[in-house]
Design a protein around this ligand. Structure first.
Ligand code: SF4
Length: 223
């Protein structure tokens, strides 16, 4: 069997199990009217498609493309499409030093924290490095997307599922984050007037990367 035959057999099996097979398409097709558009007058209805629509609703933002991450691969030799995760825990080292707690990934110094400073999972993209004499987040600030405020619009637009980041996260994270989202989705779907409870955002803020949350591209014109 060659790769195409394996793929066809896989798709046939999935179709037999009741799944809908959607033809392959580029990630962001040029001028494709079915592309989700983040524009001032959004949400337009998600265009007619046989597929149920899932959108990323909560979790760390990441600059890799489809599992290929040169940053993770550089430091650890592994990236999401080779290890199923970025920056594997086996490559992480935490070390006490006179200057603070140092986080290293594959031996690369990613960050140095003051004793009482919250610490994030060490990834190269969210590391603090010295550039031009200044130490700061050189690539990306640790921030999590949080679309709680958009739930009614997402439901109205036809979204069926919210994707929540969970990989490499603790059981406590999973329990607390999903509890908040369960309450919020039930409230938004009930048809009653919906507003984000301060306690929800406070709880998600505890688990957000860098304790920062954003609406990301939903809140800004696409560039
Ligand atoms: S290192 Fe950063 S950009 Fe690369 S996969 Fe991990 S989170 Fe994403």
């Amino acid at each position: 069997m060659d790769a195409d035959q394996i793929r066809s057999a896989f798709l046939e099996y999935m179709a037999e199990q009741g799944h809908t097979v959607i033809p392959r398409a580029p990630l962001i097709p040029k001028d494709d009217p079915t592309t989700w558009r983040v524009v001032d007058d959004w949400p337009e209805k998600v265009p007619i498609t046989e597929a149920e629509i899932e959108v990323f609703g909560f979790g760390s933002l990441c600059v890799m493309v489809e599992g290929r991450c040169a940053l993770s691969a550089y430091a650890t030799g592994q990236s999401p499409n080779t290890a199923g995760m970025c920056s594997p825990p086996s490559a992480v080292r935490w070390e006490e030093s006179a200057a603070g707690v140092e986080a290293r990934l594959g031996g690369v110094l990613i960050d140095r924290y003051a004793p009482d400073e919250p610490r994030g999972y060490p990834t190269l993209c969210k590391g603090r490095f010295e550039v031009g004499g200044q130490r700061d987040y050189a690539i990306e600030e640790p921030t999590s997307l949080n679309t709680l405020a958009l739930l009614p619009q997402l439901i109205e637009a036809g979204v069926s599922a919210i994707k929540i980041e969970g990989r490499q996260r603790s059981p406590s994270y999973v329990a607390e984050v999903t509890r908040v989202w369960r309450h919020a989705i039930d409230a938004a779907a009930s048809g009653a007037r919906y507003s984000v409870q301060p306690g929800w955002n406070a709880m998600l803020g505890r688990w957000a990367e860098g304790q920062q949350q954003t609406l990301g591209a939903y809140d800004r014109p696409w560039r």
